[in-house]
Design a protein around this ligand. Sequence first.
Ligand code: SAM
Ligand code: MD0
Ligand code: SF4
Length: 366
Amino acid sequence: MTDTELDLCSVTPSIGQIDDILKSRLDGGELSDKDVAMLLASENDDECRARIMRAAQDMRTHNFGTLIYLYGFVYYSTYCKNDCSFCYYRRSNTELPRYRKSIDETVEVAKRLAESGVNLIDLTMGEDPKFLDDPEALPALITKVKLATGLPIMVSPGLLDSKGIDQLAANGADWYALYQETYDKQRFEGLRIDQSAAKRLLAKRHAATSGLLIEEGLLCGLGESHEELLRSLQALRLIDAAQVRVMTFVPQSGTPLAHLPATTARRETLLIAIMRLMFPDRLIPASLDVEGLSGLRARLDAGANVVTSLIPPDSGLAGVANASADITNGYRTVAGVSETLEEAGLEAATPLDYVRWLEVAKWKRS
Ligand code: SAM
Ligand code: MD0
Ligand code: SF4
């Protein structure tokens, strides 16, 4: 990072400077790291933010029209051998009811999600030794969900070795989701305790060579500086993730970070808009797992084009960042989000719309 970029991260730009950056980008110009630094620095200027959001929406429309993709989410095991400081499911948290769904139970939930109209099934778990130590478990789960739903599958099982990743692809998975949270070494070590950032990066790189699409994710709201965010965004340019996300940290009881203040989604929505301007053709989630349905419109207005973490109301399943928000009331469903999509002038994609996008995304990376 150059000194100029560093300086630009902390000096609020003028509206004219932001207008110039956005006009150039929408006219097909590059978005330099200096431009990104200035977009970050405008975080607290409402007029600049409004223009950035508008430009991000225009960029999404140019690349995706009004289509919004919908991801059903099955967190099938809340057991985990890791101790991430931010996570409710960390192994040493004794405050939560752990559960582990059987393959048949998971397939049943996936079928209900498919019948509700989602475009993809997201199979997520803690790094549960019961699944990770049995080489047949994950492949069997993926195969059965694929056969039962016929939908594309994203798998978020945590860190797998190369053989395990190859098995995902061989058994019908389309995506491997594994997030760095941050590209700042010290912060990573404080978040993903005793875990290797390099191994997570190498796993994603191997997944890409196995024909899987990869999703990368950042966490925000942990007191990170604009400089740190710029470094993480610069790193996203280097890994070809077809889906990139950012989520606001949600403090969890029973964890070392429980005392941290919950922050608003202002930083997350700015980052979503910047990601849209940096990566116009990527999928960018508006996760329901941070603020539930009430946070959806702001994320869509920032240029997100995927609604994630749709969970059937009476499935006994939890979320990750927000284990319960809007699950039992049925708001985290295709029907539950439809009004918000309509109000935003957007529409739910059909499964065929999604498969068409997916095939092009895979072809571009083949
Ligand atoms: N165990 C797998 C793993 O860690 O990769 C998958 C579980 S889930 C997809 C993990 C992700 O959820 C984390 O990488 C983080 O981005 C997000 N997450 C977990 N706890 C969170 C919290 N308290 N607030 C916000 N995001 C959180
Ligand atoms: C979400 N809680 O989309 C889910 C999770 C994992 N692929 C997805 C982070 O918000
Ligand atoms: Fe386990 Fe994933 Fe939570 Fe870390 S983020 S504690 S690996 S479930």
